[in-house]
Design a protein around this ligand. Structure first.
Ligand code: NAD
Length: 420
């Protein structure tokens, strides 16, 4: 297996769960592939009046339990295998959280750091002109992901509504509040992850107040994780990074200083008063908990045995390869899987969709309380499944337990629909 191909990784994870749960062969065959994969060229007028041709993707992995749901990523290294993998993980994520949704994902190969706002708006609207007929509140509902923002969601919603001839706020989530985004959506991914951390630290016997934490990534997920870890548990954050590198200080880093460095030079690695480290060093840093919150394939066969932390909390999608997963499990490190840890984003996206469809809006307290209920239930379900398998003499990690629950739910819906 190509160790770093995300789609092959997602298939290998499914295969491992299928074997252990003795999954029906036909179901396994259906679940190994996306139901719909679309690639389109998007012509975009640039600032200098030239036209650039971008490549975009939208994959609907499985909609047995409801409309497709999943973000759109704008990234220079975007590719179809990443989108397929992310759409599979969305399917398992919505099923594990027991939401009435399926899984999907989209992306565009582009470098937004080299584009101005006007060009990004044109690309966002172009994406909807190309893919809009595949999207909708009852078919497939996008959201933000890496390098896409609430503003981009607002442009996409506006373009979709213009084509539809009426406002369609439920066709996309992660919108700004002015366009009926949900209260609490902005930090929901990180907050959901904190609920998992709270429950997992208790199980692992780790006192979060005295824990040292390293976070990889300082975007939506990493940035909010930083402030929430401090606010909720009082832990010390000793390392942080972004795409340009990171910093480490065993006495802790302060949020205001990181924000200042990011604003002044565009990277947290210019934070004053800490040792500069690479993203690779961050993974091996002296911390009790590491929170990957950037991209895929950060912990691999090559560095899994160098991880010093007791918990790896996967706030990013796909940061740990299957080979690394095995090594971490054998070493007794608690690996909290991505589609449990970062499901807060899609759960509050689901709340946003429900509010848009019903036209009745909730308070931030309502959103947070409902999010905690679902996250705590998902965590308890995963632990219960691990215990049930342990009683049968099969020791499984949290990821496999989460897969078993999700796959059972998707299979049951496919069975009821008569797909096999
Ligand atoms: P973002 O665009 O807001 O931030 C991405 C961060 O990753 C930035 O700090 C960037 O500098 C850093 N980064 C980029 N390349 C890197 C590299 N090679 N090494 C280290 N850092 C790098 O994106 P986000 O929304 O925070 O998403 C981060 C992860 O969380 C992704 O895996 C995404 O799929 C996942 N996720 C996000 C959400 C959400 O609601 N935003 C929900 C679920 C999962």
């Amino acid at each position: 297996m190509d160790e770093l191909n995300p789609f092959k990784i997602s298939q290998a994870q499914l295969d491992a769960a299928a074997e252990i749960m003795n999954l029906d062969k036909t179901v396994h065959m259906i679940l190994r592939e996306p139901m719909r994969t679309v690639e389109m060229k998007i012509p975009v007028k640039m600032r200098d009046n030239s036209t650039e041709l971008f490549t975009g993707f939208r994959v609907l992995y499985n909609n047995a339990r409801g409309p497709g749901k999943g973000g759109i990523r704008f990234h220079p290294q975007e590719n179809i295998d990443t989108v397929k993998a992310l759409s599979a993980w969305m399917t398992w994520k919505t099923a594990l959280a027991n939401l009435p949704l399926g899984g999907a994902k989209g992306g565009v190969i582009c470098d937004t750091k080299k584009m101005d706002e006007h060009e990004i708006e044109n690309l966002s609207r172009g994406y909807i002109r190309s893919f809009g007929n595949l999207l909708g509140p009852k078919t497939d509902i996008p959201a933000p992901d890496v390098y896409t923002t609430p503003q981009i969601m607002a442009w996409m919603d506006d373009e979709y509504s213009k084509i539809a001839g009426n406002n369609e706020f439920g066709m996309i989530t992660g919108k700004p509040l002015e366009l009926w985004g949900s209260e609490g959506r902005f930090d929901s991914t990180a907050l959901g992850g904190m609920y998992v951390l709270r429950d997992l630290a208790k199980k692992a016997g780790i006192d979060l107040k005295n824990a040292k934490i390293a976070i990889q990534g300082f975007g939506n997920a990493g940035n909010f994780a930083f402030s929430l870890v401090k606010k909720m548990f009082g832990s010390k954050i000793v390392a942080i990074s972004d795409s340009k590198g990171g910093v480490y200080n065993p006495d802790g880093l302060d949020y205001a200083g990181l924000q200042k460095a990011k604003q002044q030079s565009g990277t947290v690695s210019d934070y004053e008063g800490a040792e500069k480290i690479s993203n690779e060093q961050l993974i091996e840093s002296d911390a009790d908990i590491i929170i990957p919150a950037a991209l895929e394939n950060q912990i691999t066969q090559a560095n899994a045995d160098k991880v010093k932390a007791k918990i790896v909390l996967e706030l990013a999608n796909g940061p740990v390869t299957p080979e690394a997963d095995k090594i971490l499990f054998e070493r007794g490190i608690y690996g909290a899987p991505d589609f449990l840890v970062n499901s807060g984003g899609v759960i509050v996206s689901y709340f946003e969709w429900v509010q848009n469809i019903s036209g009745y809006y909730w308070t931030e307290d309502d959103v947070y309380a409902k999010l905690d209920t679902i996250m705590s239930k998902s965590f308890a379900d995963v632990v219960k499944t691990q215990e049930e398998y342990a009683a049968k003499g099969k020791k499984i990690n949290m990821r496999t337990a989460a897969y078993i629950i999700a796959v059972q739910r998707v299979s049951a819906a496919m069975k009821a629909r008569g797909w096999y």
